[in-house]
Design a protein around this ligand. Structure first.
Ligand code: AMP
Ligand code: GLY
Length: 433
């Protein structure tokens, strides 16, 4: 079987690699992939994040006889890549355009949550900068200011002071750092608690929860500094008991799936719930309509069932036949980022130490792998940095401490000049007081 993965980050690397391990898969392509992903599977320079790119991906899938396409990132989903592939008679994993609004528009989602009685922080929507300024100036802190549209995980500002909140309004609406995503903004209550990522697979009838994970969004240790796409993750999430997971499924996931059905929206694919576990129980911070990056690196590192079986069951509406098996240990993913990220950063720094890390892993029997995101090749064919989040060292251990020790030991071997990583991935962190 031939599989195509759309996207080119760490999430797509782990998806492509896992699929390549399936005994039923003969060929895996990643479009566009990156130079690091190209060490494991074949890549083609097609970027499906525009209408033209989607048309090219459809041509590629037809010409190459691709049997199944798996969509990684949100941009193609929001554009309707799934609808277009299906119209062309091609099999594809991911939600359609109508369902992808749950990530594409925070206002759509907030209204959806309110309509279906799903717990979330209370909020106000603004499409006019003066009104947003007035509200923020008088409402008290901490407060959260969010751009309405897609902003690669960087459009959310947790403001501790009124000045920070006002600055966030300027960044989103006046400087328009996120373009049209900042036409409207949302101001919402700050919720203290533990963050938890709960991803379910659904075929529209059955929902199969994946193992839990925690993401570390802020760039610096102790959850300080600006938000990033995610600086690391571990799975399973420790500060939680099974009761909380069932609560999250009952109060958030099930009403969401029922609400989608009532609204006439068919959802097939991965649904990511970003939850805050507060003293009153789980509350929804955001939905994503895809696997989380870097959570899925940790989650899939523990998956023992063939990923192809799980994904095909989802696409074919047979999820009720599948119960994924998980390694009972802990997996962790620590991101190595370019210095300056999520602000400005340089590119083109040589990534070193991969051979040494591989030798050590072999000698010690370490279960570790480096997944690449912002990695390109220079004129001499060396792997170099080409993005903010460059790589993620992912390790599996029998315990959380074992996994941390292994990931950080390899992270010290692998890297590039000035690489920045958090030291506290895997340490449970409470947000707020
Ligand atoms: P989002 O992209 O909406 O999940 O927001 C990014 C990050 O900002 C989340 O992972 C949280 O760490 C933080 N955040 C967002 N909304 C809130 C909230 N209402 N209260 C506390 N933290 C929040
Ligand atoms: N790690 C959060 C996300 O994928 O949006």
């Amino acid at each position: 079987m031939k599989v195509l993965v759309l996207g080119g980050g760490g999430r797509e690397h782990v998806l492509a690699w896992k699929l390549s391990l399936s005994p039923r898969v003969d060929e895996v392509w990643c479009a566009p992939g990156n130079a690091g992903i190209a060490r494991d599977v074949r890549t083609t320079p097609i970027n499906a994040d525009s209408e033209d790119g989607i048309a090219e991906a459809i041509r590629f899938a037809r010409d190459r006889g691709i049997d199944l396409t798996v969509v990684g990132p949100e941009a193609p989903l929001v554009l309707g890549v799934v609808d277009r592939f299906e119209e062309a008679g091609l099999r594809i994993f991911g939600p359609n355009r109508a369902a992808a609004q749950l990530e594409g528009s925070k206002c759509f989602t907030k209204e959806f949550l309110a309509r279906h009685g799903i717990p979330t922080a209370s909020f106000h929507v603004f499409d006019e900068v003066e009104a947003a300024r007035r509200h923020v100036a008088t409402r008290g802190v901490p407060v959260v200011v969010k751009a309405e549209g897609l902003a690669a995980g960087k459009g959310v500002f947790v403001a501790r002071t009124t000045d920070e909140a006002l600055a966030a309004v300027e960044t989103i609406m006046v400087e328009r750092k996120f373009g049209a995503a900042g036409d409207r903004l949302i101001v919402e209550d700050f919720l203290p608690g533990f963050e938890l990522t709960l991803i379910v697979l659904t075929d529209g009838k059955t929902a199969v929860p994946l193992e839990t994970a925690q993401d570390y969004k802020p760039v610096f240790n102790g959850n300080t500094g600006p938000n990033t796409g995610g600086m690391g993750s571990y799975s399973p999430h420790v500060p939680l008991d099974d009761g909380l997971i069932s609560q999250a499924l009952e109060r958030i996931i099930q009403p969401t799936l029922a609400g989608l059905e009532r609204d006439g929206i068919e959802y097939r694919g991965a649904l990511y719930a970003g939850l805050m576990i507060t003293s009153k129980g789980p509350s929804l911070l955001e939905y994503n309509v895809r696997f989380g990056d870097p959570e899925v690196q940790s989650i899939l590192f523990r998956l023992e069932t063939d990923l192809l079986d799980v994904i095909e069951a989802c696409v074919d509406g047979r999820l009720d036949e599948v119960t994924p098996r998980w390694n009972p240990g802990t997996a962790i993913c620590v991101i190595g980022a370019s210095p300056g990220y999520p602000g400005r950063y340089e590119k083109g720094r040589v990534i070193e130490g991969l051979e040494e890390s591989a030798r050590e892993a072999e000698a010690r029997g370490d279960r570790v792998k480096v997944f690449f995101a912002g990695a390109g090749a220079d004129a001499e064919g060396r792997l170099v940095t080409s993005g903010g989040r460059v790589l993620g060292v992912t390790a599996l251990g029998d315990t959380l401490d074992g996994a941390r020790e292994c990931a950080y030991r390899h992270l010290r071997k692998v890297g590039f000049d000035g690489m920045h990583a958090r030291d506290d991935i895997g340490v449970p962190i409470r947000v707020g007081s």
